[in-house]
Design a protein around this ligand. Sequence first.
Ligand SMILES: [Zn+2]
Ligand SMILES: [Zn+2]
Length: 335
Amino acid sequence: MKAMLLEHPGRPLRLADIPRPVPGPGELLLQVKACAVCRTDLHVVDGELPDPSLPLVPGHEIVGVVIEAGPGATRFAPGTRVGVPWLGWTCGTCSFCRSGAENLCAAARFTGYTRHGGYAEYTVADQRYCFALPDSYDDVHAAPLLCAGLISHRAYRMATERAPGDGVTRLGLYGFGAAAHLLAQVAVSEGRSVYAFTRPGDTPAQAHARGLGAVWAGGSDHAPPEPLDAAILFAPVGALVPAALRVVRPGGVVVCAGIHMSDIPAFPYSLLWQERVVRSVANLTREDGEAFLAHAARTPLRVDAVPYRLEDANAALDDLREGRVQGAAVLVPGL
Ligand SMILES: [Zn+2]
Ligand SMILES: [Zn+2]
């Protein structure tokens, strides 16, 4: 099969011909229909995350059709369309797994990082970590739901669940890419006001945000017109942490949603004082995925997706790195 391989972090992926994988016990062989490109893929490819399994097929927002089931894999029949997310396997027995926090399992394996992902014509996945997908999204538009959608939904829950005062009405989103463009719609559908912060001067991204219902959009160097109740940081820029704390009201939370971020500069304690909270969100649980996909089935989301040929994965990564993609880049084998 054709696959885009990461052999040396920091260098481009190489188009390779490798054997089609064979599903083991409990695994499914999937024909990849679409695989979205996530900012985390950039961190993996650029060597910013430690110890990827090399050589590696990246990609963890996979829409695939079951071609063959391994021994004991009866959850999805051949021909079924499923989604494969970042969380690829957990131990099931550690204290985190037993307490509903499998996202923190120290033995967890991650799709497109410590196991092969979807930048290929075929992949295998553990059936227990696959999701059924709503029929209302075609392959290209379902793929971004699998990380941009569901990890941002976990961050959204963290941002909105703890709110002394009148709750979270005004929500800031820093970095208006694939994740924010979906989450903004979820927040607006639940009656919240979205404030979108982009790279300074990125007026197309600001227009994109307003088009999806943001009440305000501006550069991350600008203050919003009123204090925010909470903010979520998708941009991997540590300097945005104090910037967001500065515009969040007492008791508000700033959630860092990315897997990697540049160093956070020192800032005065007064920005954190008054019970403001800074926290990160790591990975996802299967429960997060089910909750988000149920929401996406109930409330149709507009998914802005830009298809690329599988062979053009490096171009897609470059476009994402340079902020040239409006919404999500999606690789489509056979395009
Ligand atoms: Zn575990
Ligand atoms: Zn991702």
